[in-house]
Design a protein around this ligand. Structure first.
Ligand code: ZN
Length: 413
């Protein structure tokens, strides 16, 4: 699958130093330091293409864009992989409801997602992989799980034994009853007769009437969602056998912590014999009018709609960055208005001949980002600089600040 257009990253002047990045890790339940490496491997779960791109999606991809930008600015290489779940129950249900072919629905939503990402200045993944194109990889991953003795059959479908991973549940910190409840809310089938454990994860679903299917040694069918991500991550992230974990960062929205990321991690560990990811990083949820923004509630605010109304995509970026990426929050018009005003003031300040000193504010932006991507603090530092500039401050280098803001925060002026 084609990724989207490359986004240029201007250089940050080399005299600025970058401390190691600290991020809150869901599995550790604390902020920890991402050890300096020459190359990082990041996997971020992509969309199911039937409802792209609402602000919850935008918040997640923005968070990992900022992490990607910071690690690159440190001088490291980042291999970034993202999937598209272009075959899954919700996609088929929506296509069926709307009387259109599931492939046409997926294609139109993927195109829309790409154009939203370009507008929001999100760095494209190095590999942007659909489940359909990854089918041979996914089937191989199931075969590896079978060789490890972790697969069994229920009628014509195949399941993964989650308890084969002694660490199962460690990453999401949920009680057994919480796991069962969430599993059942998020597409799991704990009640299915014949399962060895109610939480066991579907690996291969035999073809159902009027549904697509792919040939495999497990019969004609389609893969489960968790093995799809696990297989794409392991297949495209250039795994280094010397590393203690398969990948460095597994990322996504906090609604993926369980079951999706726990299951993918357990499967990844069964395949490679080592922990799947060194860090499990999650972005918060965006709500509207007191409720989580979700497809089922129908209270989605779409990026494309805002853009169509003439909203500057950089203002959407700033409005989202005015909250910490992990903080669940309600989307408010007032955040967008404030962001538009901030953007306009920044543009005016940066266009002045004389500006307040800029080294301090660039250092502050770097420092704020290094502390768990603290964008509200970074924006406050810029706001203070705008005030100093408007008061007649001088001695700064506006071009240098403009390039640093673009490189690190993705705000292109
Ligand atoms: Zn995923």
């Amino acid at each position: 699958m084609n990724s989207w257009a490359q986004v240029a990253i201007p250089p940050v002047a080399i005299r600025f130093s970058f401390p190691e990045l600290n991020l809150f890790d869901t599995a550790l339940k604390s902020v920890h330091t991402i050890a300096k490496k020459d190359k990082y491997r990041i996997y971020v779960c992509g969309i199911t293409p039937y409802d792209a791109t609402h602000l919850g999606h935008a918040n997640t991809y923005l968070a990992f864009d900022l992490i990607n930008r910071y690690l690159k600015a440190m001088g490291s290489e980042v291999l970034f992989v993202q999937n598209i779940t272009d075959i899954d129950d919700p996609l088929l249900e929506r296509a069926n409801r709307d009387g259109i072919d599931w492939r046409d629905l997926a294609t139109s939503q993927i195109d829309l997602f790409r154009s939203d990402m370009v507008a929001l200045h999100i760095l494209p993944p190095d590999h942007y992989i659909g489940a359909v194109e990854a089918m041979p990889l996914v089937i191989d991953a199931i075969t590896s799980l079978e060789s490890a003795g972790t697969v069994y059959q229920v009628k014509s479908d195949y399941y993964f034994k989650v308890r084969s991973d002694s660490d199962f549940g460690r990453r999401s910190h949920l009680s057994e009853s919480q796991m069962l409840e969430i599993f059942s809310q998020r597409g799991g089938d704990p009640q299915r007769e014949g399962k060895q454990d109610p939480l066991d994860a579907l690996l291969w679903l035999a073809q159902r009437p009027n549904e697509p299917g792919w040939e495999s040694r497990y019969g004609v069918g389609r893969p489960g969602w968790h093995i799809e991500c696990c297989a794409i991550a392991l297949g495209y992230l250039d795994i280094d056998p010397r590393d203690n974990t398969s990948i460095d960062i597994q990322g996504g929205g906090s609604d993926l912590i369980f079951p999706h990321h726990e299951m993918s991690a357990a499967q990844g560990k069964a395949i490679n014999g080592k922990e799947f990811a060194a860090s499990y990083i999650h972005a918060g949820m965006i709500g509207l009018d007191g409720e989580k923004m979700s497809k089922s509630k129908g209270n989605l605010v779409f990026v494309s709609k805002l853009l169509h109304e003439g909203v500057d995509p950089m203002a959407i970026r700033i409005a989202l960055m005015s909250h910490h990426y992990r903080q669940d929050h309600m989307w408010q018009e007032s955040d967008l208005t404030a962001a538009q005003e901030f953007l306009s003031n920044l543009q005016i300040a940066l266009s002045r001949m004389e500006v307040a000193p800029t080294d301090g504010v660039i250092d502050q932006i770097i420092s704020a980002l290094s502390q768990d991507i603290d964008t509200p603090r970074a924006l406050k530092s810029i706001q203070s600089w705008i005030i100093e500039t408007n008061k007649g401050g001088s001695g700064g280098k506006p071009g240098e600040l403009s390039r640093a803001i673009d490189a690190l925060l993705g705000i292109a002026i």
